[in-house]
Write a protein that binds this ligand. Structure first.
Ligand code: DAH
Length: 338
C-alpha cells in the first residue's frame, strides 16, 4: 500500500508538470480531485485497510492530499493572476486605419508656390475681395471705355456708393501695395477672384490667382525673365523649356505670356497641351509707367515687373484633374487621392 501511495504521488507530480493553462488545470482536477478522481478514491480506500495499519497509512494519505490540494491551489492562483494581466486586445485582428484629413490640392499648390517665392525673398500680401472700380480697373490703366474691361466679365454690386465689384483679378492688390508700402516692394499676392463666367470643365465663376510685384531702382525685363524661369524650374523641373510671347495687358508695357514645354509629353504634343507642345503658365510684364504714377511712384526713378497666374490651372496640370469643377465639389473620392 505504501508503495502504491508513492507511485500515485509520482503520477500526480508528473501531471502537475503538464499544467500550463486553464484547460490542463481542469484536466488535472477531473483526473485527480473529483469524486471518482485519484485522491478521493485513495481516501475512500482507507476503509479497507486493516485497523492496525490505519494510523500510518492514513497519515501518508493525508499528507499526500494536503500536498496535492495546496499545490493545485497554487497553480490555479498563478494561472488566474496571469490571465488577469493579459490585456483584452486581440493583437491578431487587422488594424483599423484612422481617417486622415488631406490638404486640399489648391492649398497644396498655393503652399508650394508661396514657399518657392519666399525662397527668392518675396513676402506674401493680401488684398480684399470686394473692390472698387478704381483699384480693379482705373488705377491699372484700364480707361473707362477700354475694351480690355470686356476681357473680364465682372460681377458688379448694387451699392449706393457706386462702382463696387468683386475683384476680377488679383492685380488691384498691386495698387494697394504700391500706395501703402515703401519701395523696394517684392511681394506675391494670392487670393480669390470672381468672374461672371458660365460654369464648365475649364472655367468657374470663382477661382484663385497669385499676383507678383517687384518695384525697385533698375528693375529690368531680364529680372522678370530670371525670376519666372527660376520659379518655373523649381515648380516644373530643371529640364523644362520656356518661351516668352509678346502679349497685351493695360497695366504692363511691354507685356508677355509665358509658356513652358509640356511636361507630360516633353514638348512632343499631347492632349493636355492640345498638341502644341507648350502650356501657358502666366501673364507678366514691366509695370506701366502710368500705373507707377497713379500710385505716386516716379517712373523716372523706379521700375518694376508684375506677373499673375491662375492656381487652379497649375493644380489641374500637376494633378491630372481635367475638370475644374472636381476641385470644388469636395467629393472625398477625388480629394483622398491627393
Ligand atoms: N491680371 C491678369 C489677368 O487676370 C493676369 C496678369 C497678367 C497679372 C500680367 C499681372 C501681369 O500682374 O503682369 O488676366
Amino acid at each position: 500500500m505504501i508503495a502504491d501511495i508513492s507511485i500515485i504521488k509520482q503520477n500526480i507530480e508528473q501531471d502537475f508538470a503538464t499544467i500550463k493553462d486553464a484547460e490542463s488545470l481542469e484536466q488535472f482536477r477531473l483526473k485527480h480531485l473529483t469524486k471518482k478522481g485519484t485522491l478521493p478514491v485513495l481516501v475512500e480506500s482507507l476503509r479497507e485497510i486493516p485497523k492496525e495499519d490505519k494510523p500510518a497509512i492514513g497519515k501518508l494519505i493525508n499528507e499526500l492530499r494536503q500536498y496535492v490540494e495546496a499545490t493545485f491551489k497554487e497553480f490555479k492562483e498563478n494561472l488566474e493572476a496571469e490571465e488577469s494581466s493579459v490585456p483584452l486586445i486581440d493583437t491578431s485582428l487587422p488594424g483599423r486605419m484612422p481617417l486622415k484629413g488631406h490638404i486640399h490640392p489648391i492649398k497644396k499648390t498655393l503652399d508650394t508656390i508661396i514657399s518657392i517665392f519666399e525662397g527668392m525673398g518675396f513676402t506674401v500680401a493680401e488684398g480684399i475681395d470686394i473692390e472698387d472700380d478704381y483699384h480693379n480697373y482705373e488705377a491699372l490703366n484700364f480707361a473707362e471705355d477700354h475694351p480690355a474691361r470686356d476681357m473680364q466679365d465682372t460681377f458688379f454690386i448694387d451699392d449706393p456708393r457706386g462702382d463696387i465689384l468683386l475683384r476680377s483679378h488679383t492685380s488691384p492688390v498691386q495698387i494697394r501695395m504700391m500706395k501703402s508700402h515703401p519701395i523696394p516692394i517684392r511681394s506675391i499676392m494670392p487670393g480669390r477672384v470672381y468672374r461672371n463666367e458660365a460654369l464648365s470643365a475649364r472655367s468657374l465663376a470663382e477661382f484663385h490667382q497669385i499676383e507678383g510685384l517687384y518695384i525697385d531702382k533698375n528693375v529690368t525685363f531680364a529680372d522678370l525673365k530670371g525670376t519666372i524661369v527660376a520659379f518655373a524650374k523649381q515648380m516644373y523641373g530643371n529640364n523644362s523649356q520656356f518661351r516668352f510671347r509678346p502679349s497685351y495687358f493695360p497695366f504692363t508695357e511691354p507685356s508677355a505670356e509665358v509658356d513652358i514645354s509640356c511636361y507630360l509629353c516633353s514638348g512632343k504634343g499631347c492632349r493636355i497641351c492640345k498638341h502644341s507642345g507648350w502650356l501657358e503658365i502666366c501673364g507678366c510684364g514691366m509695370v506701366h509707367p502710368q500705373v507707377l504714377k497713379n500710385c505716386g511712384i516716379d517712373p523716372e526713378e523706379y521700375s518694376g515687373f508684375a506677373f499673375g497666374f491662375g492656381i487652379e490651372r497649375v493644380t489641374m496640370l500637376a494633378t491630372g484633374i481635367n475638370d475644374i469643377r472636381a476641385l470644388y465639389e469636395n467629393d472625398i473620392r477625388v480629394l483622398e487621392q491627393f
